[in-house]
Design a protein around this ligand. Structure first.
Ligand SMILES: C[S@@+](CC[C@H](N)C(=O)[O-])C[C@H]1O[C@@H](n2cnc3c(N)ncnc32)[C@H](O)[C@@H]1O
Length: 370
């Protein structure tokens, strides 16, 4: 598959025609609170969240003088090559409306009228390439085919086991929200980096992440992964997937609400019935993420690692006015992690087959003596 079958790469620019460019420039700069990134007597362009609002002078909307198209507005679609795209549009019956023009800075524009009289602008602008939404998923496939564990005992057969687990999740009608294969590689590697022998997961689903992490563990009884899942059907599918993936011996799926189960797990650690965990993966409901973090820190050894998925949530964490309980839960988690003195933290944005998100990492520091 090519990254995108469309020759249009998404809307880039909307231009307004104005009779007095400097007045319009001041008005938009003041109203939007941004300074133009392109500021010339023939054109003023603002970068508005990755899209462009352009002001074109010498059009008088009251008389229509100098007005090149209806309403004084032209929307420009991003293309890779203005001349080639223009030729293609004309070949399809569009009528040339605005000759290809090099406006400087590597930016080229042109426009046609469609057979119905609408003006269709096209723009080649290296500063506004944006991300073709198909590309991250395609890159994920590229990366997944090349990287990840391959060696006997750790990686042998894991791709097939994960594919079978994903198929079982689909067949059971469960949500297809397991981590991606590239994220699986990442978790596997993190587990090996901390020399994990005991891992705790919050949110099992069909066991895909558990499979990737459990493959990093030695066999039972030394290697143990405890995964908490509220839905008994999810747990049943996960157990089958994990057994088929060759790690049934070292994974225990416990069924119940994580907040009900975690105190029991913490008590087992406190009583010395089980050693503290080397790694925790948080990937369940978002509202109690901050509580999960606190409990995870309590049950993880110094030098152990806590990983939390979905901490960016498509960028919605920036929305301060949100009332979405999941976003509020993640924001609360992020704040709690940011100020927790028991850990060293970091977070990265991720983009790929699962869209735009992020993972937070927390390295547990040695406890203060006394
Ligand atoms: C995103 S999925 C987990 C995906 C899994 N970690 C993977 O990548 O393969 C979230 C899972 O958490 C479970 N879950 C949601 N709320 C929970 C809760 N309060 N306690 C335990 N599990 C919960 C859901 O039923 C679902 O199976």
């Amino acid at each position: 598959m090519t990254p995108s079958s469309s020759r249009f790469r998404g809307l880039r620019t909307v231009t307004f025609h104005v009779p007095d460019l400097s007045r319009a420039r001041e008005w938009y700069a003041g109203t939007l609170g941004v300074t133009p990134y392109f500021d010339e007597p023939f054109y003023v362009g603002f970068d508005i969240g990755g899209y462009e609002l352009g002001l074109v002078p010498n059009a008088d909307l009251s008389t229509g003088a100098g007005l090149r198209d209806a309403g004084g507005v032209t929307a420009y679609w991003g293309v890779d090559d203005v001349k080639a795209e223009l030729a293609r549009l004309v070949e399809h019956g569009a009528i040339l409306h605005e000759e290809p023009t090099d406006v400087g800075g590597g930016i080229r524009v042109a426009a046609v009228r469609d057979p119905f009289g609408n003006v269709l602008g096209i723009i080649e602008n290296p500063g506004f390439r944006g991300i073709d939404p198909a590309i991250p998923a395609e890159v994920d496939r590229y990366v997944a085919q090349r990287f990840g564990p391959r060696e006997e005992g750790r990686g042998a057969g894991v791709d097939e086991a994960v594919a079978a687990a994903e198929e079982a999740i689909r067949a059971a009608g469960m949500p297809e929200i397991s981590i991606s294969t590239t994220e699986g590689h990442f978790l596997h590697l993190l587990a090996r980096l901390v020399g994990a022998r005991r891992i705790l997961e919050i949110g099992t689903l069909g066991g895909v992440a558990a499979l990737w992490m459990a493959r990093a563990l030695p066999p039972a009884p030394e290697g143990q992964l405890v995964s908490l899942e509220v839905d008994p059907e999810h747990a049943a599918v996960a157990r089958r997937n994990l057994a088929r993936g060759g790690v049934g011996d070292r994974v225990e799926v416990r069924v119940g609400l994580a907040l009900d189960l975690l105190p029991g797990v913490a008590e087992e650690v406190r009583q010395g019935e089980r050693p503290p965990f080397d790694m925790v993966f948080i990937d369940a409901d978002k509202e109690p993420y901050a509580e999960y973090l606190d409990l995870a820190i309590q049950v993880t050894r110094a030098g152990g690692l806590i990983v939390a998925d979905n901490v960016v949530w498509g960028g919605r964490i920036l929305d301060e006015g949100t009332t979405d309980p999941s976003v509020l839960g993640i924001r609360r988690f992020n704040e709690a992690l940011a100020r927790d003195p028991r850990v060293v933290n970091a977070a990265i944005q991720t983009v790929g087959a699962r869209g735009h998100d992020g993972m937070a990492l927390a390295l547990v520091l040695p406890r203060e003596a006394g």
